[in-house]
Design a protein around this ligand. Structure first.
Ligand code: NAP
Length: 287
């Protein structure tokens, strides 16, 4: 097969454009006498990947003119101490958005902590009330990675209305909410997972394939309908320890249509959508 159908969707460029819009809006707010939006990121423990993600979020805030504070807590922080920190940030009128970096160390109850974040400050859109609002079609915030995926597809000119989407993965962070957002765009959505039988025949039906399973280079060209758009959410490591996605990119491009690379696809969009949500939270509080 030739490689001429594949078109790389540049998530970095789209994310930069969104960050620029957020930065411009922050300057307008300051010009109008309002304070800058402020994001509080809480990280517990020493997970190296989490530290990189938190650093990227802090840097994105700087670029966008959003104030940020990072609260670093030790690995042995108790649930009570973490809840105290969340509650302090809930009560701080100078903080618009609160994000608790996941995963938390063992022994901390993620569900309990997420539910303690004030829904108006829940810029990750993980609080059950915000999740529910997404599902009933009346969202306050949009979940960052799923919203970034929809933006990428629109940016690439991929029609969603009436198209067959297959989302592989059913996590609360990616699979389920991206399926909800794609359905809201009038796509016909199938969610597949580890118990799906004959996965290849399911994914080969897809006009749009969203791969979100966390398995390096799992999806090769045999899983892809010719010309299908492919969104690779995976952030995995290949056998040489290099960052790669769930899609075998080199093989997939021989059959697919537009495709996101890893790195440079979904990842930068997640952070850009977080900036957008923080701006939105600030507007909810300040105007
Ligand atoms: P997760 O919570 O581990 O969920 C993985 C999902 O994939 C589960 O639903 C699982 O099915 C399914 N699955 C696993 N192996 C499968 C297989 N062989 N065939 C079909 N389904 C399979 O992962 P996640 O948090 O959704 O993350 C998925 C990937 O996206 C990871 O690589 C993660 O690092 C990445 N990610 C990237 C971003 C970003 O901004 N780029 C954001 C979030 C996550 P069961 O439910 O049946 O177990």
């Amino acid at each position: 097969m030739s490689q001429n159908q594949a078109r790389i969707i540049d998530g970095k460029a789209l994310a930069a454009a969104i960050r620029k819009e957020v930065a411009d809006e922050c300057e307008r707010m300051v010009g109008a006498g309002l304070r800058r939006p402020k994001l509080c990121v809480i990280i517990v423990g020493e997970n190296p990947a989490s530290k990189v993600y938190v650093r990227n979020k802090r840097k994105a805030c700087e670029d966008c003119g959003i104030d940020s504070v990072t609260v670093e807590l030790p690995e042995d922080t108790s649930g009570e101490e973490l809840l105290d920190t969340v509650n302090r940030m809930n009560a701080d009128s100078g903080v618009d958005g609160i994000l608790v970096q996941l995963p938390l160390p063992k022994g901390l109850d993620e569900e309990e902590i997420i539910a303690a974040i004030s829904p108006e400050k829940d810029v990750d859109c993980f609080h059950p009330s915000n999740v529910g609002k997404v599902y009933i079609g009346n969202p306050v915030f949009l979940p960052c990675t799923p919203a970034g995926i929809v933006e990428l597809l629109k940016y690439a000119g991929v029609e969603l209305c009436g198209k067959r989407c297959v989302v592989v993965g059913r996590s609360n962070i990616v699979g389920k909410p991206v399926a909800a957002l794609l359905m809201a765009e009038n796509a016909t959505v199938t969610i597949a997972h580890s118990k799906t039988t004959d996965l290849k025949s399911v994914t080969r039906e897809a006009d749009i394939l969203v791969a979100a399973i966390g398995k390096a280079k799992f999806f090769n060209s045999e899983y892809i309908k010719p010309g299908a758009a492919v969104i690779d959410v995976g952030m995995d490591r290949d056998e040489d320890g290099r960052l790669c996605g769930d899609v075998d990119f080199e093989d997939a491009v021989s059959v697919c249509g537009p495709i996101t690379p890893v790195p440079g696809g979904v990842g930068p969009m997640t952070v850009a959508m977080l900036m957008k949500n923080t701006l939105k939270a600030a507007k909810l509080h300040l105007t």
